[in-house]
Design a binder for this molecule. Structure first.
Ligand SMILES: NC(=O)c1ccc[n+]([C@@H]2O[C@H](COP(=O)([O-])OP(=O)(O)OC[C@H]3O[C@@H](n4cnc5c(N)ncnc54)[C@H](OP(=O)(O)O)[C@@H]3O)[C@@H](O)[C@H]2O)c1
Length: 266
């Protein structure tokens, strides 16, 4: 039997890709909920340190940690470092590679790279949670994308990696129970990505049932909710203003581009 979530003064979470954008919002939400936060970064060291400093000035416990999550050795070294002080109670698998391709033109290397970051790393980090010494309950939260419920052919390798991760939420919950709960969070569009400019993003961010941008803090709060709710495992929470219920033939950024080229007459 696993024991309950550690008391607030002992709870520690690892957020991958935590320095910027959604990752930073997730770090902040956990820190404000009294978790010790390990903010993993690859290239964004300055942002990770600044986040840790900004929240640290308020008395919150956020620690920036450099690691390569794309290799098994890198993931083990990361775990060894962060779990040495106190075992982790949660991992939020937020880091993700998002590269344009289609099922017709994908590059093998780029596809494998995205599958490595977006699928294999989250699955392995969740498994490492359960292999920690002790019996305390843990949770792994895989950050997905509304795209998994709303298919179109753009960003093919990325979508394939997130589809597999979405299916793995239930599979891994079965595999790692009862020690580790495994949950998903599926956001809609939150930030401009790739070639998207501000005008495109302003329109795209409203192409959902609620016709307003999604607040990244809502996604971050959903992660904290899942981490702190012991009855939930094997399921995914959509936090997307209903974007997954608005089917489009292409990725939203390309459809909005068409709208900008041919604006509807008043
Ligand atoms: N942005 C959106 O609108 C949106 C919509 C739906 C779902 N999501 C999901 O939400 C999560 C966060 O999205 P985001 O846009 O905030 O993420 P992001 O900025 O694209 O990436 C987050 C971090 O992932 C790390 N990363 C990227 N490529 C990597 C690689 N090849 N190897 C190792 N680390 C890598 C980077 O860390 P360093 O900077 O430290 O290198 C990066 O800052 C992702 O899982 C994404 O799929 C995002």
């Amino acid at each position: 039997m696993s024991s309950p979530l550690p008391s607030p003064d002992r709870r520690a979470v690892l957020v991958t890709g935590g320095a910027r954008r959604l990752g930073a919002a997730v770090c902040e939400a956990f820190a404000r909920a009294d978790w010790r936060v390990w903010c993993q970064y690859r290239a964004s060291g300055a942002e990770a340190q600044a986040l840790a400093q900004r929240l640290g000035a308020e008395g919150l416990d956020v620690r920036a940690v450099a690691a390569d999550i794309t290799t098994e050795a890198g993931r083990r070294a990361l775990f060894g470092q962060v779990a040495a002080e106190a075992p982790l109670a949660c991992v939020v698998n937020n880091a993700s590679a998002f590269e344009p391709d289609t099922g017709a033109d994908f590059d093998n290397g780029a596809a494998l790279r995205q599958i490595g970051v977006n699928l294999v790393a989250p699955l392995d980090l969740a498994r490492l949670l359960g292999a920690q010494p002790g019996t305390h309950e843990c949770s792994a939260i895989h950050v997905l994308d509304q795209k998994v419920y709303n298919l179109n052919p753009d960003y093919f390798s990325y979508t394939v990696s997130k589809l597999a991760l979405e299916r793995a939420v239930a599979l891994q919950a079965q595999s790692l129970a009862p020690r580790v709960r495994v949950c998903g969070v599926a956001p809609g569009i939150l930030y401009p990505s790739g070639p998207q400019d501000e005008a495109n993003f302003a329109l795209a961010s409203r192409a959902n049932l609620l016709r307003r941008p999604i607040d990244p803090a809502d996604v971050a709060r959903a992660c904290v909710f899942l981490a702190e709710t012991p009855s939930v495992t094997g399921t995914t929470l959509s936090v997307d203003n209903g974007q997954h219920l608005v089917p489009l033939p292409r990725d939203i950024m390309f459809v909005v581009d068409e709208l900008l080229k041919h604006p509807p007459s008043p």
